[in-house]
Design a protein around this ligand. Structure first.
Ligand code: NAD
Length: 265
């Protein structure tokens, strides 16, 4: 990874950071769509992009949602045997701590510069870093969700003696909260994302390849309604062409630099 100083000495990145800070100063409701790239500097691999696990090994066969629908108890038995999604990937999530990018997003929220984070990440690191205004569109690895009433609970607190576990509120079946491929996005999360995209007067994309839908639609929707778009990503994405400001740097360097610029009156 390039050194912070040399990146910030880069004239193009410095100019982009100043332009982004200027847009943020003028904004009343900035919203960020965050992807796996934000957590890359916490040691959690991305799927796509340089070093992504799918880039290196190809896309896996994905049938978890069918498995869960056909046999929830069997899915839970399998999940418990394999530590609920246990793999090098989930082990990395379980070990991870927030990085400077997560803390900077929390700072931006507390400074009143960022109204909401829509995250595609399931790793809970925004909350650990102190962000409060967060919608987890793909769920949270450390939670379960009732398939009937949508209530969420912490995985560690539920009784796994009788499988599948059931919601104490309505008796519905609990599933892990992480949204599986093919599974519909939970309505409460999706509604909040659309509400935020429609309210946004500035939109940031951070560490997302912007190819997973419907998440990738939110910046486009906001942009169509006139919100400028800032992209923070070391690599080009499908949204680069419509971005007003592109910061070609890792989020863990760009976001703290943005906070520093915004702290100067
Ligand atoms: P992605 O894997 O498709 O793309 C990652 C993006 O991050 C790439 O564009 C890459 O260039 C960029 N990137 C890499 N390092 C970066 C850095 N230091 N700073 C900024 N950007 C960086 O990720 P996605 O768009 O979020 O979509 C993948 C899906 O996989 C998501 O829906 C998410 O639920 C899931 N996922 C989650 C995690 C996690 O919870 N941490 C990790 C991997 C994948």
């Amino acid at each position: 990874m390039p050194q912070t100083t040399s990146l910030l000495d880069n004239a193009e990145i410095a100019t982009a950071l100043r332009a982004a800070a200027s847009l943020m100063r003028r904004s009343y409701h900035a919203v960020a769509l965050v992807g796996a790239g934000l957590s890359a500097e916490s040691g959690i691999p991305t799927y796509r992009g340089t070093g992504g696990i799918w880039t290196k090994f190809g896309e896996p066969t994905i049938d978890g949602w069918d498995f869960f629908q056909d046999d929830p108890a069997g899915w839970w038995r399998y999940a418990i045997e394999h530590k609920v999604g246990g793999s090098d990937f989930t082990d990395a999530i379980d070990r991870a701590a927030p990085n400077a990018g997560h803390y900077a997003l929390a700072d931006l929220e507390h400074m009143g510069r960022l109204a909401h984070v829509i995250t595609q990440n399931i790793d809970n690191l925004h909350q650990v870093a102190g962000s409060r205004l967060v919608t987890e569109i793909h769920g949270n690895r450390f939670k379960v969700r009732c398939m009937e009433c949508g209530a969420r609970d912490r995985l560690e607190t539920i009784d796994l003696e009788r499988l599948p576990p059931h919601c104490p509120e309505c008796g519905g079946v609990y599933k892990n909260d992480t949204v599986m491929f093919g599974e519909p996005i939970p309505k409460d999360a999706l509604d909040e994302c659309y509400r935020q995209a429609l309210q946004a007067d500035l939109f940031l994309t951070v560490g997302t390849s912007a190819v997973v839908y419907p998440a990738a639609d939110f910046p486009v929707l906001a942009k169509r309604r006139g919100a400028p778009l800032i992209e923070i990503n070391p690599e080009e994405t499908g949204l680069t062409d419509i971005a007003d400001v592109v910061i070609r740097a890792p989020a863990g360097i760009a976001l703290p630099a943005l906070v520093d610029l915004l702290l100067v009156p």
